[in-house]
Write a protein that binds this ligand. Sequence first.
Ligand SMILES: *Cc1c(COP(=O)(O)O)cnc(C)c1O
Length: 381
Amino acid sequence: MEASARYRRAEIVVDLGAIRRNVETLRERVEVPVMVVVKADGYGHGMLAAARAARAGGATWLGVADRDEALALRDAGDTGRILAWLGMPGEDPTPLLAADVDVAAYSVAELTAIATAARALGSPARVHLKVDTGLSRGGAPVADWDALVAAARSAELAGEVVVAGVWSHFACSDEPAHPANDAQESVFRDALEVAEREGLAPEVRHLANSAAALLRPSSRFDLVRFGLAAYGLSPAPEEASAADLGLVPAMTVRARVVLGKDLDAGAGISYGHTYVTERPVHVALVPLGYGDGIPRHASSAAQVLVGGVRGDVLGRICMDQFVVEAPAGVAAGDEVVLFGPGADGEPTAQEWAERCGTISYEIVTRIGGNAGRAARRWVEG
Ligand SMILES: *Cc1c(COP(=O)(O)O)cnc(C)c1O
């Protein structure tokens, strides 16, 4: 739901030109076809708008978690390759297959459900078999891999499926020196050998997310899956900043100050009085809170750009509002920028993440995903 045009609490501005250029930059860097991941409403940036920008930047594939997300992309007119990787138990894959979406299979049971639906439809389903190489999340455990491959091969021979992909996902790709990366890639290569030995010839073998695609060239195979980096944020901030990677953050969050006022020394600010002024300060009231996806962990931790300078968040983030220190004279109606590309001195989502003890993925996805009260606006920067 978007806010009505009449009253605007705040604005989330998404620069689609930045997403398009980020995708172009990433494509040049990896030299293999690119999937852009637009799950969770495009990491809060708006799935359909992000998908269009990603396609314009040259994304051959789009990736989503939910099947409904894939269908929404089709309903919006996207005709390119789409992979949906998280089916719910008991879900009928028929609408997805009818919409020509590639699907993932983690188990023989899931593969069988897909093959059955495809047989009824009368055309083979394109399936990506997922092997768990060590994340211990989705995918067939190595012990079950042979059985999944064998079931897929016989469904392929029966004309029910085409094994379009074999894939997996890293646990520690943001830490390139972590031994799990070598171990997972090696398990993946073994799984590919099993698949090939059984007669499968997947069109795309894919393992890398943003961090692996950028930092571990050996993991690129035939396709890489870029989520965060496409939105202009660094997937491995300890290794390389967004600027180092040539990426520009696409999301800016800003609001108008509701009230400016002077407080005396000794004033407790916000719930619990966790912050008490040590000297007289000028403060500004910002009309955003955890109801808008602002992390409560930003309490007395994050900063904003207000009156041309950085202002600290003072005291707790409330459901709808929080208080920041502001230069004298900052008053109702003045602009406050929570985060953006960083070019004008405003914090970035990465900086918010560090100050809140989380990752930038969560900052943008939560705020964008809560864009019911703030207005989300898309621009071609
Ligand atoms: C979310 C996701 C991605 C994208 O990860 P980033 O780190 O954002 O690039 C890739 N693959 C899978 C399976 C995912 O769930």
